[in-house]
Design a protein around this ligand. Structure first.
Ligand SMILES: [Zn+2]
Length: 353
């Protein structure tokens, strides 16, 4: 097991995710109270030690042993526009469940790709520059190399397909259980998964339209432990495996995932749906994210224990609503494999040891 990057987090810090701000006593230190808490539909809820809070679009906050990862931050509001590339814009139809300014401490950002419905202008100008970001090489270029010295993000880690990084917390700084030299250290292994945001053989479509679609990663996020503080990162063991599809279509590249994880259980899948079609709802030429049918095919291919659909109704360019997916799931008789979250809901689960 080798890692391209090693991230050490400091959840003991009270720094907020936004710039030019210091945490004060009036600022929340915990996540907002969930509207509704869901657990595995057929499972028993035990001593859950992890949760996923759904903000909207593909924005979630994963909390595990005191570590908080924010995915694909998108905090603009209903009516706001995003520029998705030359000639391609989208209008947001929903509001995030929480505002950027209301977020508590966040330890790192997981960004699937550099697209404005995943990292909007408000987020780009507001996030503090030393907040660690794990993302694609393409996005790193835009967030780090391509920016002036006072605007660049300084702690960006690029992962290509099947490259991994280990995120861990030094025990003295951990707000979590492990405070002694001998106890296990919570850690998260993040691996880039293949994704393709443009269909194969889309050569007939104008170059401009293709240029509007940046390269994207999916993620395998493995929540687990290192045996003790002196153990090498290679001693990491997984306790709960989450596959996040990213903005991808159902393409052959994805077949590599079940091959590589053949004997390893996928506990949870977050699938980006929506059937995003560009350049506009009035001119739907090119579908660039999965629709309901492809989402069901992906479930078949990955075979996760639980699937949670996200990225399904937040923009006017998302043409396949969640109701399509619900219908496809009901037709397949797979209701017990899916948990539906509304913005502001959380899913709680337990990471094995
Ligand atoms: Zn998207």
């Amino acid at each position: 097991m080798s890692f391209k990057h090693h991230l050490t987090l400091h959840p003991g810090s009270t720094k907020l995710p936004i710039r030019d701000s210091t945490a004060d006593h009036s600022h929340p230190t915990t996540l907002p109270l969930a509207k509704e808490t869901k657990i595995k539909p057929t499972g028993v809820d035990g001593a859950d030690n992890a949760s996923l809070y759904f903000v909207g679009t593909a924005t979630t906050i994963l909390e595990y042993e005191g570590i908080r990862l924010l995915s694909d931050p998108n905090f603009i509001h209903a009516g706001d526009h995003v520029h998705l590339g030359p000639g391609v814009t989208g209008t947001r139809m929903t509001n995030p469940a929480v505002d950027l300014e209301e977020l508590p401490r966040i330890d790192a950002v997981l960004l699937s790709h550099y697209h404005a419905d995943h990292f909007d202008e408000k987020v780009e100008s507001s996030l503090r520059r030393d907040l660690p970001i794990v993302t694609t090489p393409h996005a790193k270029h835009h967030l780090h190399e391509n920016k002036s010295d006072d605007e660049k993000f300084t702690d960006v880690y690029d992962l290509d397909f099947f490259e991994s990084c280990l995120v861990s917390v030094p025990p003295e700084k951990s707000g979590a259980a492990s405070n002694s030299e001998t106890s296990k250290i919570p850690a998260i292994k993040v691996t880039g998964m293949p994704g393709k945001h443009v269909p194969d053989g889309a050569l007939s479509v104008a170059n401009d339209l293709l240029a509007a679609v940046p390269p994207t990663n999916g993620w395998m996020v493995e929540l687990g432990y290192k045996p003790d503080v002196s153990a090498p990162d290679s001693a990491f063991t997984n306790g709960y495996r989450i596959y996040i599809s990213g903005d991808t279509l159902m393409v052959d590249d994805l077949k590599e995932i079940p091959k590589r994880y053949a004997d390893q259980k996928i506990d949870l899948m977050l699938v980006h749906l929506g059937g995003t079609t560009i350049p506009s709802p009035k001119l739907p030429l090119l579908m660039v994210t999965m629709d309901a049918k492809q989402g069901v095919q992906l479930m078949q291919m990955i075979n996760p224990e639980v699937t949670i659909p996200i990225h399904y109704d937040d923009y006017d360019v998302f043409l396949s609503p969640l109701s399509d997916f619900k219908k496809a799931i009901n037709d397949a008789g797979w209701q017990d494999k899916v948990v539906y979250l509304e913005r502001g809901d959380q899913y709680r689960f337990s990471v094995g040891t």
